[in-house]
Design a protein around this ligand. Structure first.
Ligand SMILES: Cc1cc2nc3c(=O)[nH]c(=O)nc-3n(C[C@H](O)[C@H](O)[C@H](O)COP(=O)(O)OP(=O)(O)OC[C@H]3O[C@@H](n4cnc5c(N)ncnc54)[C@H](O)[C@@H]3O)c2cc1C
Length: 552
């Protein structure tokens, strides 16, 4: 049978776009298929905050941050906790990816017009020793224009390639099977879905109006993870994190359905580390949802007090923004699937950011005039204030008794005792007057404020939570939010997929979230953040270049 094209890419998210554009640039032809309509081009990356892990960047150096490949690799291994034979390729991807982040990642993007917001964020601060989890220094570089800012250059390149006849887009083409002959992947087959006019991110119909089969020398699976499919998330939930949460909010659109992962596995591809996932513990019900169960993650600064459902303060170092997986493990061990932040207006104003391009109109629209208000504004950013006013998880009161009573009313159970919460907050508040203290969270606040970026826009001046001048008091009920899939198809550094027999499956490649961002899980157990978009860029680039060379 003649081929329809040189390479087929399944999924027009960031990883698929990068792979397709690299192939097109080498002069080869690509069919780029997606089950969604054209309005969804870019997949999850469009909705993302656009945060990128970079090492020893000019932005870091301008802020006085001393970073290096060695320090970043030490942090990566501390976070990953690789612990099994299957981690062979994930480790090789980790080494290569950290090198990419320390060398040509920034310049490669810059040459395509991508720019970075100058204040570098400090995600996953860790709080253990030097070899433990966490970023030793700030490394979270926000794309100017957030998610759309990172999609833009690749969408532009893809459209130019389409105009040259190198890329053919096939939207509403849902792949249902791989065509495999004698172990060689030769193409894909599936259903043509009815056209949709639903806006970007809104679930679209699965009505079938036709079928298709396309053949090529190589197929690249770039179909994303499983975060939109709670059944799959619960199925893969690891024992170490307790029983799966009863209630979760959804941090990704419905197209992140994990279906193509099952299809590729059924064709013989080897899926590893499926129990490794990256879900957040600071999820909010979106008062203005776009996709089903739409949850928004708070990107918290370090000062909110964190209590479990029964009112016990989370132990050191489980402070906001320190250790997502540690927090998830701890919260699930309480027997409840939610927890609480208690904070002040002064803290929310400076420390609450919400992840997602639509929650950051200042950065997303590339408006300096609006963005500058992050440092100068009297209130929190408008999207945060909107959640405070309209969000189902927020309680605002002028005094602690009223706050605690409302928290109990919200969950319909008197789990929280006023005297208990009051004792813990007052104890913490007594630690505020000296810059050298015993309370490790307060120590962390002082530490954070030595970094100019945090002092400017991320960490409130230390103050007593119960000081009315910093009020009103705010409680936020935090839900588990599904997001990223850390495991995936085992791949070599060219993104070629291994089969269940341990040999490369000829003709098959996997990239982005479907490949655990490289190798089948280059993050190991935990992420240092900003590493997912970067993992799509790196794996998409490697696969595109390798596949272009491999096809005749
Ligand atoms: C709100 C939000 C904020 C985020 N913020 C950050 C951040 O700041 N930094 C960071 O590093 N990461 C962030 N991420 C994560 C990051 O955006 C994703 O991990 C990444 O974009 C995944 O890209 P992908 O190309 O692998 O998959 P996707 O973007 O999921 O794209 C996969 C595509 O494949 C299509 N598809 C699936 N199955 C089929 C099939 N059978 N047939 C045809 N098409 C199919 C889907 O429709 C989809 O378009 C964020 C994510 C979200 C949602």
């Amino acid at each position: 049978m003649p081929n329809d094209t040189d390479v087929i890419v399944v999924g027009a998210g960031l990883a698929g776009l990068v792979a397709a554009t690299e192939i097109a640039d080498s002069g080869k032809r690509v069919l780029l298929l997606d089950q969604e309509g054209e309005q969804n081009l870019g997949g999850q990356a469009f909705w993302s905050f656009g945060g990128l892990f970079l090492v020893n960047s000019p932005e870091q150096r301008r802020l006085g941050i001393k970073d290096s490949y060695e320090l970043a690799l030490q942090d990566w291994y501390g976070a990953a906790g690789f612990d099994r034979d299957e981690d062979h390729w994930p480790k090789r991807w980790a080494d290569a990816y950290v090198a990419f982040a320390a060398t040509d990642k920034r310049e490669w993007l810059r040459a395509m017009g991508h720019r970075i917001f100058p204040v570098v964020g400090w995600a996953e601060r860790g709080g253990y020793d030097a070899t433990g989890h966490g970023n030793s220094v700030p490394r979270f570089h926000v794309s100017w224009g957030t998610g759309p800012g990172i999609v833009e250059p690749f969408e532009r390149r893809a459209r130019e390639a389409a105009a040259r006849g190198r890329i053919t887009f096939k939207f509403r083409h849902r792949v249902d099977s791989l065509i495999v002959t004698n172990g060689v992947v030769e193409g894909v087959a599936g259903a043509i879905l009815a056209p949709t006019s639903e806006p970007r991110g809104v679930s679209s119909s699965r009505d079938v109006v036709g079928e298709f089969a396309f053949r090529a020398q190589a197929v690249i699976v770039a179909s994303g993870g499983i975060g939109g499919n709670h059944d799959l998330v619960r199925q893969n939930w690891p024992k170490r994190l307790g029983t799966p949460p009863k209630h979760m909010v959804t941090g990704v659109p419905a197209h992140v359905d994990g279906r193509m992962i099952g299809i590729t596995e059924a064709a013989g591809a080897r899926l590893i580390n499926r129990h490794r996932m990256w879900h957040y513990v600071e999820g909010l019900h979106n008062w203005n949802p776009i996709w089903p169960g739409h949850g928004i993650r708070i990107l918290p600064g370090p000062s909110s007090m964190w209590f479990d459902a029964t009112g016990k303060r989370l132990p050191s170092p489980l402070y906001p923004g320190y250790d997502t997986l540690g927090q998830l493990e701890h919260i699930m061990a309480t027997g409840y699937d939610y927890s609480w932040f208690v904070l002040t207006q002064s803290i929310i104003k400076k420390e609450f950011a919400l992840s997602g391009s639509e929650q950051n109109p200042d950065l997303t629209s590339k408006s300096w005039r609006m963005t500058i208000k992050r440092a100068t504004n009297k209130g929190a950013p408008a999207p945060v204030e909107a959640f405070k006013a309209k969000g189902a998880d927020f309680i605002v009161r002028t005094n602690l008794p009223d706050l605690v009573e409302a928290m109990n009313v919200m969950v319909g159970e008197k789990l929280l005792k006023l005297e208990d919460i009051k004792r813990q907050i007052e104890a913490r508040d007594r630690e505020i007057d000296n810059p050298y203290v015993k309370d490790t969270q307060v120590m962390g606040i002082h530490n954070a404020r030595r970094y100019i970026g945090d002092r400017l826009i991320r960490t409130a001046k230390p103050h007593r939570i119960l000081d009315p001048h910093h009020g009103p008091l705010i409680a936020v009920k935090l839900n588990i939010l599904t997001r990223k899939t850390l495991g995936g198809f085992e791949t070599d550094l060219d993104a070629r997929v291994f089969g269940n027999n341990g040999a490369i499956m000829p003709g098959l490649y996997a990239v982005g979230e479907a490949a655990g961002f490289g190798g089948g899980g280059m993050h190991g157990y935990r992420s240092l953040e900003g590493t997912f978009l970067g993992g799509c860029l790196f794996s998409g680039r490697n696969a595109g270049r390798a596949a272009a060379k491999a096809v005749a």
